[in-house]
Design a protein around this ligand. Structure first.
Ligand SMILES: CC(C)(COP(=O)(O)OP(=O)(O)OC[C@H]1O[C@@H](n2cnc3c(N)ncnc32)[C@H](O)[C@@H]1OP(=O)(O)O)[C@@H](O)C(=O)NCCC(=O)NCCS
Length: 187
């Protein structure tokens, strides 16, 4: 399986989301081996990832979604995707609806907290609702300690959908699914 690419390019001033390709492994691998990035990006205790494991993830997601590299200040700064919903708890709660999920990671930590995450989510949401005609977009499994992520989704208009309590001893005590409907986005 190779990365399924696409031709969508999304722009917001100095921020561009362009298709991820098989030429991006080096920079993706650096971000996927930064323990601080992974602390926020992942639910489990993973602190590094092999090239094979990482390629398997992006290649798999790309079969049912659109993977992008975020570019700002003239260089790649992170990755994100809009993917078909893959969580049973959400599929069961929203039967017959076209549900998608957004995941994102700014790998360049110096750029955290400067609005790029919020703007990336906004671009993906617009793409999801206006071009893909999705019914709902979710931010899934956001850890209770990841206030930056929660706030970025909230600023785009997402609201809390479900709280998922975590088993004791993990990094988070609870994780949150955030949701935005096309109706709320349009109004
Ligand atoms: C989560 C992430 C995408 C957010 O993007 P970002 O560009 O850093 O966030 P933004 O600047 O758009 O918005 C963050 C908001 O959180 C606020 N914030 C930042 N740190 C905070 C903290 N410790 N406590 C509370 N709020 C905080 C900021 O002030 C900002 O809100 P404001 O604009 O109202 O002031 C980015 O930080 C990231 O990639 N982190 C690592 C990986 C990750 O967590 N991915 C998401 C997994 S669910």
């Amino acid at each position: 399986m190779i990365l399924q690419t696409h031709t969508h390019v999304l722009h917001d001033h100095d921020l561009t989301l362009r298709p991820m390709t098989e030429a991006d492994w080096d920079i993706l691998l650096a971000w996927n081996n930064d323990p601080e990035v992974l602390y926020y990006a992942e639910g489990d205790d993973i602190t590094s990832r092999s090239l094979d494991d990482m390629q398997a993830i992006y290649r798999f997601v790309s079969q049912s979604g659109f993977c992008f590299v975020m570019e700002a200040i003239g260089q790649p700064v992170g990755e994100c995707w809009l993917q078909q919903m893959n969580l049973e708890r959400i599929q069961q709660k929203y039967p017959h609806a076209d549900c998608r999920r957004i995941d994102l990671m700014i790998g360049e930590k110096g750029l955290w907290g400067q609005g790029y995450g919020t703007r990336t989510i906004r671009l993906l949401v617009r793409f999801a609702f206006e071009q893909e005609r999705a019914d709902y977009v979710f931010g899934c499994d956001i850890a209770d300690y990841n206030l930056r992520s929660q706030k970025a989704f909230q600023k785009v208009g997402f609201s809390l959908d479900t709280t998922i309590l975590q088993s004791a001893g993990g990094k988070a005590q609870a994780c949150f699914d955030y949701v935005l409907s096309r109706a709320d986005f349009s109004s």
